[in-house]
Design a protein. Structure first.
Length: 319
């Protein structure tokens, strides 16, 4: 069963890669008629307009004027995916992240709504992410930026099954050389049921060429409630295939410190990410192999098929 499933995964990946490449070539040689708006553009415009209206309404709560501030707006992304594997074919995944910019608060505060508090798990396979994160982790928070230190921010809100929390974050980077950059951050937070927690992480980015980027990330979490550390180690290589496609190879490990330092999961994947139709609409194909401690580290084979839509002004349509 696993071998047949893996063969199907490889075959489907090749087909989708071919389709994406063909679509990208056609898009690069065909001039889009901007006078005709197709349904996806109408949907994108409507979605952006609705969230901008909500942002202006929220911004109005903090303004003395009755006229909506047109500079208030929302940005974010919606991500839908199917991630079947050899032991679970019903692996559907939905992700979202919304940021409301509030100019009435002098752009020092914004409102965040997301399906997961951990921004570092955004791209992970659903099954892998559930091992590392809390269930029902929808988060609503106000984020405050320090007036004196641009690297410092604070959040207060609700998360982890409606717990009240407060979080302080320090995030910065250091240029190691012309090609290497160190990104690092540390966080401290308090949840009314889970109590205190801290986390710290660092990533090294190394640009081998204009088309190849290596990334090594290591992260530690400490839970006061469980009195244990959680760790994650991830290595990735980004290869730019063209102006609209990127190939990403990933090796990922995670585990805990109790009863002794051990590994909970191992993940190996290769992903094609492309936006041949619109700059705000991405498609992903990601075959993967996953080993879980709860499954006695028996290899399971899967494939993730996703699409991701960005919306709002100032949002980063990046890879």
């Amino acid at each position: 069963m696993p071998r047949r499933f893996l063969v199907k995964i490889i075959w489907l990946s090749c087909v989708l890669f071919s389709v994406s490449t063909t679509a990208q070539d056609k898009a690069s040689h065909t001039k889009i008629d901007t006078s005709q708006t197709v349904w996806m553009d109408e949907w994108h415009q409507t979605l952006s307009a609705k969230f901008n209206e909500q942002a202006q309404a929220i911004d109005g709560w903090f303004s003395d004027s009755d006229i909506p501030n047109q500079s208030a707006g929302a940005s974010g992304k919606i991500r839908l995916g199917w991630e079947p594997r050899s032991t679970d074919l019903a692996g559907f995944d939905t992700r979202f992240r919304i940021k409301f910019a509030l100019p009435s608060l002098k752009n020092r505060v914004d409102l965040l709504l997301s399906d997961d508090e951990d921004e570092n798990l955004e791209d992970n396979i659903r099954t892998s992410r559930e091992i590392d994160s809390q269930e029902q982790n929808t988060t609503l928070a106000l984020r405050f930026f320090s007036p004196n230190f641009e690297q410092v921010s604070y959040r207060i809100g609700f998360g982890r099954k409606d717990q009240v929390f407060a979080r302080a974050t320090y995030r910065d980077f250091y240029k190691l050389s012309e090609k290497a950059t160190l990104l690092y951050d540390t966080q401290a937070y308090y949840y009314n049921r889970d109590r205190w927690g801290t986390e710290a992480g660092a990533s090294i980015l190394y640009e081998r060429s204009g088309k190849v980027l290596d990334r090594l990330n290591h992260r530690w979490y400490f839970s006061d409630k469980d009195n244990e550390f959680k760790w994650r180690l991830e290595a990735q290589r980004y290869t730019r295939l063209g102006p609209q496609s990127t190939w990403i190879n990933t090796v990922y490990f995670s585990g805990y410190s109790r009863p002794n330092l051990h590994t909970e999961q191992v993940l190996i994947s290769t992903k094609l990410r492309s936006n041949p139709l619109r700059n705000w609409l991405f498609f992903e194909v990601e075959p993967y192999v996953l080993w879980l401690k709860t499954e006695d580290f028996k290899a399971t084979y899967g494939i993730a098929l996703r699409f991701e839509a960005f919306y709002g002004k100032g949002n980063a349509f990046n890879f």
